[in-house]
Every structure is written in C-alpha cells, then in structure tokens.
Ligand binder design. Structure first.
Ligand code: FAD
Ligand code: DLZ
Ligand code: SF4
Length: 522
C-alpha cells in the first residue's frame, strides 16, 4: 500500500475493538492510518490473568486483520517489536512522526489512568488531537452528571428507568414498562435445584493467531496469576456473535430465575458469559438488549429473564460506568469502613477449606471468570466482613477477571461489595452469614466447616465474621435504616454469646496468612 500524505492517525485501544467506534465514524480507508499497540505498560500495570492478556492481544490481532480486509491501513505494533517504547503515549508519538500525521483522532479511554495520559497528548504531539466520546455507551457523561446532580442517593433503579425510556427497550406505547413493572427481580431468586445443570457456553479452539499469542504470554507473563490453557474465549466478532446466539437460544429463558444460584463445578449456569466480548468491543451492548427483547416478543423467553438481562446491561453496566467517572479519582482511595487487613494468600492459591471460596477461586484461576453472585456474595462478602483493604481487593478483581477494566471493576468493588464509598452506590453493605450461601448453593454440604454452627473451631467462618463486621462497624452502620435493626438482635444475644462470636472471628482472622508481595503488581 503506498504511504498516505498527512493521514489522520487513529489509535484503537484493546477495549475499543468495535467497527462502530466514534473515532472512525467519518473517516474512510484512504485518509487514515489506524494504530494498534501491544504495550508493556498496559499488560503489567497490574499483573493481569494470563487469559486476559491472551484475550486482548488475540482479539486485537484479529481485529487488525478484519480492518485490513476492509481496506484500512493498520500499523500494528507488536509487544516484541524492537522499537516498542512500552506505552500508549510513546507509541502514538512515534507513529505521528512515522506517518507525518496531520491529526490524532481517538475515542476516549475507558479508564481514568489512560484518559489522564491522553489529555497530555495535545501538548506533547506536533499535531492536533481530537478525543471523541465513546458512543458505545448509552448514557453520555453529561446525562449521568445531570441525573446524579442534587441526588442524595444515586439509586440504580431510577437511573435504569431513564435508560429504559431513552432506549425504548421493553416499553409500551403508553410510556409504561412492559408487563406493568419496571423490575422483576422478586421472581429471580430461585435456589439451585438438585443437579441444576445448564448447557455450557461455547468455547472456541485457538487458531494460529491465538496460538501465537498463547505462546507469547506463556513466555513473557509466566509469573502472572491463572491458567493459560485451555483458552476458549471468543476473540473475533463472529465468534462473539456465535456465543451470543448460543446464549439466546439455550440459556436466556432461565437466566432470570437462576441468576443468584451457585453450584459447585457448574461455572456458567444460565449466565451469558458475554462480558469479555462486550467490554473489549466485539459485541455492542444495545444490540444484545434488542436481541433479548426480540426473544421475549417472539415468545421464546419470559419477561422476568429478559428484563433481568437487559437491566444488567442498560441498568448496572451503564450505571457503574457513570458512577466511576462521577466518583473518580477519589473512588480509588475510598475506605469509609477503615478496612486495613491484607488480602489472604488463599485468594491467589485457592488453598482454603472454605468450599465456597475454593470453588469460586478455582473457576477464577481456570477461566478468568466467575459469575456475578460468586463475585458478590462469596468472594466480595468475605472481603467485606473480614475487613480486607479495598485497594488490595480492587487489585485482585482487576487482575483475575478477563472482563475487568477499572471503570467497571472499581465501582463494583469499592461501591457494591465493600461499602468503601460510604454508601453512595449501595444503600447498605451486602454482608451475609453462611446461611445465604447455603440457601443459594450446594457448597456447604461437603464443606469441612458446618454452616449450622455459629461459633467454635468448625463453625462456618462467615457466621462469626458477620457479627464481627456488624460489631466493629456499629458507629458507621447503626443509623442506616436498612441494616440498623440488626443491632437489636445483637444486643439481645447477651454478653457471653457476643464474646463467643467475637472470639471465634478473631481466632479465624488471626489464622489468615497475608498474601505475599508480587501477585498483583511488580
Ligand atoms: P451475566 O450474568 O450474563 O450478565 C449480563 C451482562 O450484564 C454482563 O455481561 C455485564 O456486561 C452486565 N453486568 C451484570 N452485572 C453487572 C455489574 N454489576 N456491573 C457491570 N456490568 C454488569 N463485570 C465486568 O464486566 N467487569 C468487571 O471487572 C466486573 N467486576 C465485578 C466485581 C465485583 C465485585 C462484582 C460484584 C461484579 C463485577 N462485575 C464485573 C459484574 C458481573 O459480575 C459480571 O459482569 C458478570 O459476572 C459477567 O458474566 P456474564 O457476562 O455471564 O454476565
Ligand atoms: C488490558 C489491556 C492489556 C493487557 N494490554 C493492552 C495493550 O497492550 N494494548 C492496548 O491497546 N490495550 C491493552 N489492554 C486494554 C487497555 O488496558 C484499555 O484499553 C485501557 O485500560 C482503556 O482505558
Ligand atoms: Fe462456605 Fe461456610 Fe458453606 Fe463452608 S459452610 S461452603 S465456608 S458458607
């Protein structure tokens, strides 16, 4: 291809692998050079799970091929290229010079850290820089700001209703929600039936491009957490669409009722397993919601399942993104409950007798994935009631999940599970004893701990930890009307029983081995 004169340089980042990207919108192949960069800084700012790096690099390399096939000129900087400076800023500067670019046009970054670096490009580069809004999200930053302004509580449910109105998803012609209710969560709390088994999500055999990336990651990132293989995540849009169709055909109908269920060894259940593809750009969130709505309209999936799925995407996903930009940079340092305990080593090794945690960490290690209720009510709940330091928890979640980017991980960690933001995102901490896990899973039967025992050596650790959490955070939580009543139960127990709970919890906490340095960051 002949070199272009003064082209527009369009950097496309690893989570921007979408053909409808705003930076490309008004350009044609003859006037732009697309820059894609595998850079050391991104691969190591935390020590991502090996499969997460394979996913991003393989998806980037396939995306570059697809763009070339459409006639675009793609300048692809591979991790091993001799001159690779290791940073987005360094690579964009080199490419501007290499191509004599007249302009850099880029879609805004998803993460605060990268957005701040991008803000400096204009001053550092010899050409103008245009930063385009990320139109793959439904709510703009301004819309979220407007909605949030002056509200005491940023309740997701009300934001979600705005998104329903904006998109028209599951709306009737009279402006009312389909079925008369906005939210069918009350129908979506079925405990797992014995032997609950769902058709698993498809796995994709790595092709030559992906196999090359697997070899690279095996060599360069051997000390990162997680199993490298088998690797089966979708890395092209075609594969991601196939995975989405398999979900709509085989699992969506039961997505709602079993959303909160957990079964040992059943890693996908009725979840979509699409977050890795949505977050790196292979799937468009709105197209998935429209497709889910069509399943309902054509009578193939019930309203509670379809509404539940759509709410996760245009409700939760959009809301946490808005919340992130609203609450940063403070959110990264928030620690309202003054939790300072180090993360236990078993979060990395999986070596714990607590069967629920061991199973959630196993699927995390094997697949770089765990489903929502595992992340929330087992792993998250443990970190909350054990008082683990929010930054250590945030690092862990950012490292271990293939769908993790700070904009979505941090609000879930600091806001949803740890209450570190002081209750701006969640109106109460999601603290629970072993009872909840026993009700919603089959974990407890074969556990070395007894879920029915409240204190002592073989009591389920979640039981005394729950009361330890309540007791030590009384000052912060007692005035919360959604949780404050629990203190009447605590007080009624009497001093001896309370001391037994606190003693059991402290013995357990003292037995935890802190994580060694170097798992999350170099
Ligand atoms: P499904 O259960 O099929 O849900 C459908 C889609 O809804 C998901 O693909 C996702 O796009 C969206 N969604 C659902 N819940 C949330 C939520 N709370 N926040 C944002 N989007 C949501 N999700 C991520 O994509 N990246 C993360 O880094 C991430 N970190 C999390 C950390 C914690 C502590 C918790 C509690 C949740 C986190 N989630 C995160 C949300 C959720 O657990 C995952 O999106 C989900 O498990 C992905 O699997 P799935 O595609 O099968 O989801
Ligand atoms: C997650 C990730 C990794 C591991 N590596 C790269 C990379 O080498 N090049 C790239 O463009 N993107 C990568 N990503 C995704 C980025 O971290 C993500 O695009 C930014 O965090 C968005 O702000
Ligand atoms: Fe988890 Fe407690 Fe049940 Fe064991 S008994 S699986 S630790 S909830």
């Amino acid at each position: 291809m002949p070199p272009m004169t003064s082209p527009v340089l369009v950097p496309i980042l690893g989570d921007q692998l979408s053909r409808n990207l705003s930076s490309l919108e008004s350009l044609s192949p003859g006037e732009a050079v697309i820059l894609m960069m595998e850079v050391w800084d991104e691969a190591t700012y935390v020590k991502h799970h090996k499969q997460k790096i394979v996913l991003i690099f393989a998806a980037m390399r396939h995306f570059a091929e697809a763009l070339r096939a459409e006639g675009w000129q793609v300048d692809y900087v591979a991790l091993g290229d001799a001159q690779n400076t290791g940073s987005f800023t360094g690579e964009v500067a080199r490419a501007v010079e290499r191509h004599g670019a007249s302009e850099v046009r880029v879609t805004e970054a998803g993460e605060w850290r990268v957005a701040r670096a991008m803000d400096e490009w204009e001053g550092r580069l010899p050409c103008p820089v245009t930063i385009c809004p990320d139109t793959r999200f439904i709510a703009t930053h301004a819309e979220f700001r407007e909605w949030a302004e002056g509200r005491k509580h940023l309740t997701m449910e009300y934001f979600y209703r705005e998104m329903r109105r904006k998109t028209g998803l599951l709306m009737r012609a009279d402006g009312k929600p389909e079925g008369g209710e906005w939210n069918y969560d009350a129908d979506n709390r079925e405990p797992p039936k014995d032997g609950l088994k769902a058709p698993p999500a498809p796995k994709f055999d790595p092709d030559e491009i992906t196999r090359e990336v697997i070899a690279l990651v095996g060599e360069r990132f051997a000390d990162h957490f997680g199993d490298l293989e088998p690797f089966g995540w979708p890395v092209t849009r075609e594969q991601a669409l196939e995975a989405a169709e398999a979900f709509f055909a085989r699992r969506l109908a039961k997505f709602g009722p079993y959303q909160d269920a957990m079964v040992a060894g059943e890693d996908d259940l009725y979840h979509s397993m699409l977050s890795t593809s949505i977050n790196c750009g292979l799937l468009d969130p709105l197209e998935l919601c429209e497709r889910a709505e069509a399943e309902y309209r054509e009578g193939r999936a019930p309203l509670n399942s379809v509404e539940g799925f759509i709410r996760q995407i245009i409700g939760w996903r959009e809301y946490v993104r808005g919340f992130y930009w609203h609450a940063m940079p403070g959110l990264a340092e928030a620690n309202a409950l003054a939790a300072h305990r180090p993360l236990p080593e078993f979060f990395w090794t999986g070596e714990t007798d607590m069967r629920c945690l061991a199973d959630c960490i196993r699927t995390t290690r094997e697949d770089a994935h765990a489903h929502h209720i595992q992340r929330l009510m087992v792993l998250g709940n443990f970190c909350l009631i054990a008082g683990i330091d929010p930054q250590a928890v945030a690092d862990w979640y950012l490292v271990v999940y293939a769908d993790a980017y700070e904009w979505v991980e941090l609000p879930n960690v600091a806001g949803m599970i740890l209450y570190a933001d002081g209750g701006k995102l969640a109106t109460k901490p999601y603290a629970a004893s072993g009872n909840y896990i026993n009700k919603m899973s089959d974990y407890c039967g074969d556990c070395r701990y007894k879920v029915s025992k409240k204190t002592g050596e073989d009591a389920c650790p979640f039981n005394p930890l729950y009361w330890h959490f309540m007791d030590r955070n009384r000052g912060e939580l007692e005035s919360n009307h959604r949780i404050g009543r629990i203190y009447a139960t605590w007080d009624r127990m009497g001093e001896a029983k309370r001391a037994e709970y606190l003693d059991s919890a402290e013995k357990f906490l003292d037995s935890l081995e802190p994580a060694r340095e170097g798992w999350a960051r170099n």
